[in-house]
Design a protein around this ligand. Structure first.
Ligand code: MG
Length: 466
């Protein structure tokens, strides 16, 4: 079975994800790092930065991971409870940090946890390096350090402070402070509780902080910031005069936004609106996934920015951004990536950028949607009964490609699953899920009828296989 899913190793605690998983994953990472070290410098022990979100099982898994690293002769720096992007920023800025492990299940329900590996430059581990670590994990070729060389552990309390200082250093604080924005934050008892309200108040905002007590039982709401989980925040926004609402998932790499009327701002629209704002002040390429709305593409064209598309997932977007020197990127789902801070999804950075955009343009939050082109986007998924998802996807693609006369598509893109273009203003994407036996179908077009038509085509061909 594959160890790594789309976003690291995840599972229900003590059922799918045990201390042994954490121990052996950490030992595998250690073996990987020692191997890398021996190519350059075989004397100094590798250093790994270790942190958790607020989940109850965080300490259990962290202790197991630390034991695995120490047993392999690795030095550990424990940064405590931190948002994923906070740990990433810390790793990026430490010359001695060879990797990081963040123990989090992001937006998954309360009973889950997970481990995610961070590369020495602060980005997520590449798929290739994950495969090497996974191979070591299954082979169990671990390193048992001599008693004299087992690792040491150091505790560090300043990780979140450094992260916030980094954001404040690159944002126009004065312009934001002048506005004295009134903000609702809903960090849902997750790791963002330790950073988002603090950041907002340091930007001169008046803050009402909901769910801001770090608590792994998540008494306030589910860790996933879906509109239904954010009804309280939306109600507060409607009842009183606030300028913006910001909500985060459990590990605070994502941020979603609510306008002054209590309405949710669509994440694809926010991604494109911030893209427009960034491209007005910085020139360079942008990167997103093949699943992102055409409004992102239109803005890149308007601003004469080069645009690159990757497979779904922030790992791929981030890698491409580094490769092409992008000034902006990300994916829907609240995943804004601003490389002036760092190349990863970064909820606090996203919120600061949105405030800067509002301060500079004078826009209200409800007016943000008017700055990007309108598209209709629909999604559905079909559960497969056949066991081999890859095979099923290949079969679906073959059938659709063979029916080219019937479907009248203008172009095929195989970056991730199968994407059909219909004249550059509409598309249909069919792709297998990274974690479940599901085929996801997404369509986008300029009208509601058109989008339904394309979605039906997708459903028809996938159902034939399912
Ligand atoms: Mg997350």
């Amino acid at each position: 079975m594959a160890l790594f899913g789309t976003n690291g190793v995840r599972g229900i605690v003590n059922k799918e994800l045990t201390p042994e998983t954490a121990l052996n994953l950490a030992r595998s990472l250690a073996a990987f790092l020692w191997e890398r070290k021996s190519e350059t410098d075989c004397r100094t022990a590798p250093t790994v930065i270790l942190g958790t979100d607020t989940r109850i099982s965080g300490m259990m898994l962290k202790s197991a991971a630390a034991a695995g690293l120490l047993a392999s002769g690795v030095t550990v720096v424990d940064v405590g409870i931190v948002p994923t992007p906070s740990l990433q920023y810390y790793v990026k800025n430490r010359a001695e940090a060879d990797a990081g492990i963040i123990i989090t299940a992001s937006h998954n329900p309360r009973e889950y946890n997970g481990l995610k590996l961070i590369a020495s430059d602060g980005t997520e581990f590449s798929r290739e390096d994950e495969k090497i670590v996974e191979k070591i994990y299954h082979s169990q070729k671990f390193i048992a350090a001599d008693w004299l060389k087992t690792g040491g552990i150091r505790f560090e309390n300043n990780c979140n402070e450094e992260y916030l200082t980094g954001i404040l250093a690159i944002i126009d604080r004065k312009a934001i402070e002048k506005k004295s924005f009134k903000i609702v934050t809903d960090t849902g008892n997750g790791a963002g509780s330790l950073t988002m309200p603090d950041l907002m108040s340091r930007l001169g905002c008046r803050v009402l902080a909901l769910g801001a007590q770090p608590d792994g039982t998540f008494p306030w709401r589910n860790p996933e910031p879906l509109p239904e989980a954010l009804q309280e925040a939306a109600a507060v926004m409607r009842e009183s005069a606030f300028d913006l609402g910001v909500a985060q998932d459990g590990d605070a790499d994502r941020a979603v936004f609510i306008d002054e009327n209590g309405d949710f701002i669509d994440d694809e629209i926010m991604l494109a609106a911030v893209e427009k704002y960034v491209l007005h002040k910085e020139k360079g390429p942008v990167v997103t996934t093949v699943g992102t709305s055409l409004c992102f593409t239109d803005i890149a064209k308007d601003e004469e920015a080069e645009i690159y598309y990757t497979a779904i997932g922030s790992v791929d977007v981030g890698r491409k951004m580094a490769e092409v020197g992008a000034v902006y990127g990300g994916e829907g789902n609240g995943g804004i990536i601003y490389p002036r801070h760092q190349i990863c999804r970064d909820g606090a950075m996203a919120a600061a950028l949105v405030l800067e955009m509002m301060a500079h343009t004078g826009m209200k939050a409800s007016e943000i949607k008017d700055t990007v082109p309108v598209y209709f986007n629909k999604k559905t998924k079909i559960r497969l009964s056949v066991p081999d998802l890859e095979n099923a996807m290949a079969e679906i693609a073959d059938k659709i490609i063979a029916a080219s006369d019937l479907l009248e598509y203008s172009e095929i893109d195989r970056t991730d699953g199968l994407k059909l273009w219909f004249g550059g203003r509409a598309w249909l994407l069919i792709r297998p899920s990274g974690t479940e036996p599901i085929i996801r179908i997404t369509a986008e077009a300029k009208s509601e009828e058109e989008v339904l038509k394309y979605l039906e085509i997708g459903k028809k061909y996938v159902s034939e296989i399912a």
